[in-house]
Ligand binder design. Sequence first.
Ligand code: URA
Length: 220
Amino acid sequence: MRVGGRTVRELGTSVEDDAQVEVDGRVVRPAAVHTYVVLHKPVGVMTTMRDPEGRRTVADVVRRAGVTARVVPVGRLDYDTSGVLLLTDDGETANVLTHPRFGVEKMYRATVRGRLAPEAIEAIMRGVRLDEGRAAPAQLRVVAVRRDVSLVDITIHEGRNRQVRRMFEVVDHPVVALARLRFGPIALGELAPGAVRPATAREVAALHRIVTDAKAEADA
Ligand code: URA
C-alpha cells in the first residue's frame, strides 16, 4: 500500500481524509466517508430535493427511511418513471456517473403500446433521430408480448430528458409504463417501491472503479 506516494507496511496505519491511498497500484478511497443509498423510486415522486408544487420528492422518501446524510439524486427519473435511483453525498462520484462522456449504462423495462415490428426494433438499436440529434444505438430485448402491449428491456448509455419515452414515440410505440432495473453496477433486484437500502460494499467499489477509470481516461 502507498499513502501519499510513500510505501506503508504497517497494519492499522491512519491516513488523513484527503491522502491518496494506492493498493496494488490502484487508487482506493475509504468507503465509509460518504453515504450511498439505493432507492426504489415509486411513480408519483419527484427526483428533486424540494418541489415548489408540494409533490412528494425523493428527499422526503429517503429522510423518512432514516437517511440523515445530505444525499442528492444521481441523475433523474421522470415523475411517472419508477425504479432504481442512487443517492449520495459524494459529489465527485455523482458528477462522473452523470457525465455524458462516461456513458454509464442504464437498463429500463418499458411497457409499450402494440407489438414491435422488426423495423422498429432495428431503428432503436441503430439510434433513432430525436429533435436535438440522433440517439446513440441502444440494446433492446422484447421480453413479452401481451394483447396490446409489449414488455421491452432497453439499455442506453445516455441520459437525455425523457429519452426512452421519446425513442419509442419515434417508432410509434408510446411508453405506457417505465421502470429502471439497473443503473451502472446497481440493480433494482427485489427492493420494494419506496424502500431504501445502503449500497453494498461491492456496489460502492464498482462505482469507485468507474470514477478511477474515468479520471485515468480524462488524464490520458
Ligand atoms: N427515459 C425516460 O424517458 N424517462 C426516465 O425517467 C428515464 C429515462
